[in-house]
Write a protein that binds this ligand. Structure first.
Ligand code: PNW
Length: 462
């Protein structure tokens, strides 16, 4: 029998992001982000909603943090909204009211014994910077580095853990290629990779600037996501195949893989141009040649050996993966378990994903996101019986504990998310929280999974 068994000092946490929870979209001098603007376009958000109110967390943060503390949660990962600090992204002076809000949040965490983990960029790019060239402009990169240093200088007396960017892979794929996320562009795969490179550069320049600005030593990382494969058996050949397919340079993997970004910013390695170029050429809308693509990639990614300042941890956002082996991918049977978003339930990725990524990057790991949307309803007894979430958590955490037993240094787990929130282009219909939000009243109702998580944390401490 396998047991969920975690080290006593394992950090049990929960995660959220600014645009998805805060609301108060124009309060206290905040500028517009690309998400404020994007949501106003018709047809882009499933329920035509936006984040102008979201969870009203701007006013309710204390209630949420108190609920976290009541569950024994030790760490809280949240993001700072860049346009609250610099309304246009690069204003000459910081907005003191923006800093004051996060001062309140952080002081509240500390009062309740919760360790704050700050993410600098969880997708809400100041609209003004986007209008002036966005990530492809050196100016945006400079502005990010300055913003990162200001945040580190101001909060490092109370905060140790900082992440630069959340999921560069989803930013580029969904924001600049599929157009499903802000700013809604549909660039070519080649151009999208230029944006990915710009994010790598912004990260790489921000890290030393943050360390210089910090008042106390800080721990810096970022959160990566992407395709993961797990083996169909424990035979060496199948494990090997799953590893290879995780880091494949095939067309379907290019914009949703861990390794292009991580190889550059952790290992200082350029992408495999020869493998990528033909796949990208096949995707081009123009008749550019293979030569052109190869040369372009080489020009853009020529600085990888300078993109890897030392990091303290690697954040992994893990939701699902594919079963693979020496014979290729395993087709999922009809009726395979899926979450409300139709994401397959594949707990084994927690075990193998963390192992494969540790083998390649050798950094201590935090699971900075994992969770699911399911059909949560308030029942007649006024409770939310989310058995599906408890089942999911049990399976995924069991697999995570297996990886730790095998020696993978996983330091903590941040459940996505603490409360229900604005799920990007899916709007409010998708509910990822341990705590239900009744949006019309903004009432918080802990789901059964909240109590399950509380018991798990208590049991793990024994
Ligand atoms: C993450 N995929 O995004 C984000 O960091 C969160 O803000 C978000 O709410 C959460 O996951 C749930 O969606 C992802 O298509 C979006 O595999 C899409 C994917 C993965 C992560």
């Amino acid at each position: 029998m396998k047991h969920i068994n975690f080290p006593k000092d394992f950090i049990w946490g929960t995660a959220s992001s600014s645009y998805q929870t805060e609301g108060a979209y124009n309060r206290d001098g905040k500028g517009a982000s690309i998400w404020d603007t994007f949501c106003q376009k018709s047809g882009v958000i499933a329920d035509s909603s936006d984040g102008t109110l979201a969870c009203c967390y701007y006013d309710n943060y204390e209630e949420d943090i108190r609920f976290m503390a009541d569950a024994g949660i030790r760490a809280y990962r949240f993001s700072v909204s860049w346009p609250r600090i610099f309304p246009n992204g690069d204003d000459p002076a910081v907005n003191p009211l923006g800093l004051a809000f996060y001062d309140r949040v952080i002081d509240c965490c500390i009062r309740y014994g919760i360790q704050p983990h700050i993410t600098l960029f969880h997708w809400d790019l100041p609209q003004s910077l986007s209008d002036r060239g966005g990530w492809l402009s050196a100016h945006t990169i400079e502005a990010f580095v300055r913003y990162a240093a200001v945040i580190c200088e101001h909060f490092s007396d109370r905060v140790t853990y900082f992440s630069t960017i959340n999921e560069p892979q989803i930013i580029t794929k969904m924001g600049y290629y599929d157009g499903l996320h802000a700013p809604g562009y549909r660039l070519s795969m080649l151009e999208t990779l230029d944006i990915l490179h710009a994010l790598a550069k912004a990260h790489a320049l921000a890290v030393p600037a943050m360390r210089r600005a910090a008042k106390k030593p800080v721990k810096i990382g970022f959160s990566s996501t992407g395709n993961l494969c797990y083996p169909c058996s424990e035979n060496e050949a199948d494990i090997c195949a799953a590893r290879t397919m995780t880091f494949a340079n095939t067309k379907e993997n290019i914009l949703f893989c861990h390794h292009i970004f991580c190889d550059a910013v952790i290992n200082g390695l350029a992408p495999d141009f020869e493998a990528l170029a033909p796949e990208i050429t096949a995707d081009l809308k123009s008749d550019d040649t293979l030569n052109f693509v190869t040369q372009h990639l080489k020009n853009v990614w020529n600085d990888c050996s300078e993109l890897n300042p030392p990091l303290d941890f690697l954040g992994l956002n893990i939701y699902n993966g594919r079963k693979a082996g020496a014979d290729g991918f395993t087709k999922r049977y009809a009726g395979f378990p899926k979450t409300a978003l139709k994401w397959p339930v594949t707990p084994e990725v927690m075990n193998w994903g963390t192992r494969f990524l540790y083998e390649r990057y050798h950094l201590p790991i935090f699971i900075t996101e994992n969770g699911l949307s399911c059909n949560d309803h308030i029942f007649l007894d006024g409770k939310v019986h989310d058995a599906e979430r408890i089942d999911f958590l049990t399976r995924y955490l069991l697999q995570l504990s297996e990886s730790i037993k095998e020696g993978t240094p996983v330091m903590g787990y941040f459940h996505w998310s603490f409360t229900d929130n604005f799920e990007w282009h899916s709007g409010y219909d998708e509910r990822f929280g341990l705590v239900y939000i009744d949006y019309p009243t903004q009432k918080r109702i802990p789901k059964d999974s909240y109590y399950w998580y509380r018991n798990l944390i208590a049991d793990s401490a024994e």
